[in-house]
Ligand binder design. Structure first.
Ligand SMILES: [Zn+2]
Length: 269
């Protein structure tokens, strides 16, 4: 009995098949008719073999698979899109599948050989892993934990602007967790390094996979305890304490940074 994978795309097509395919491309994912969900006919048209596909997971009752296309050029009617742009075009379920597909393909692409003895790796049955047949070293997809925190001081919250941001918006502070750190220690260190203040009362807020390329954002609320804000001008261009009714430009609603800011602002108003 074929399953039905229904896309959350405006003007979507409905696919009465048991398997849907996503195809990664140097720019992100391949689209047909504004959708990243392809079928076996599309794989043939793109010169790909379904036997090379790797299982991503379930999507709308179908099984989703990913293949990789190494070349840039695409024949009509296909086009390519980056994950960030795709986010605005599809629903959460399709985006979640696309995100997993891109990260899985990236993992396979960067673990083709054993990191210890350089033997070509092989897939592990029943696991999302690659194993070395010579020395048995098993590799799993890389997930990089990043702590992100909104620091409060009275009725104000600390927001900072990075010179790397594509737009001049202010956001919460964030940084990668280092080896041997707790999440709380990582957040306190990042805040100390980036703006020179001490924080306490660190409380978990929520988390978000952030596939650019493989972060897991772990969000916290925290309270200022001591110190005055100073920025180095390199990592952080500017940082200020803002009241909820005088917020600067902030990140897009999809980000956990924005969810932290919105949650604080609702409480503060
Ligand atoms: Zn090996």
């Amino acid at each position: 009995m074929p399953c039905r994978a229904r896309e959350a795309v405006a003007g979507s097509r409905t696919m009465d098949i048991a398997r849907v395919f996503l195809v990664t491309h140097p720019k992100g994912l391949v689209l047909r008719d504004a959708s990243p969900l392809l079928d076996e006919g599309d794989l043939l048209a793109l010169g790909l073999d379904a036997a090379s596909a790797r299982r991503v997971g379930e999507l709308g009752g179908a099984t989703s698979w990913v293949c990789s296309l190494a070349r840039d050029a695409l024949p009509p009617p296909y086009s390519a899109i980056g994950l960030r742009a795709l986010h605005a075009m599809v629903g959460a379920e399709v985006f979640g599948c696309a995100m997993r597909a891109v990260q899985l393909a990236g993992f396979v692409d960067t673990h083709r050989f054993c990191g210890r003895c350089a033997t070509p790796t092989v897939p592990v049955e029943g696991e999302r892993a690659l194993r070395c047949p010579a020395c048995e070293l098993t590799s799993y997809p890389r997930i990089s934990p990043v702590v992100i925190g909104l620091v409060r001081r009275g009725d104000r919250a600390l927001l900072a602007r990075s010179p790397r941001f594509p737009m001049p918006f202010y956001s919460t502070l964030a940084g990668f967790v280092e080896i041997g750190e707790t999440l709380e220690e990582a957040l306190a260190r990042e805040v100390r390094e980036e703006v020179g203040i001490e924080i306490g009362a660190i409380r978990y807020f929520g988390s978000q996979p952030w596939p650019y390329p493989h972060q897991l954002m772990i969000g916290f609320m925290a309270e200022w305890t001591s110190g005055e804000v100073r920025v180095d001008g390199v990592e952080i261009a500017d940082a200020q304490w803002f009241r909820a009714d005088e917020l600067p430009m902030v990140p897009a609603p999809m980000s956990i940074a924005r969810q932290l800011i919105d949650a604080w602002a609702r409480e503060a108003r």
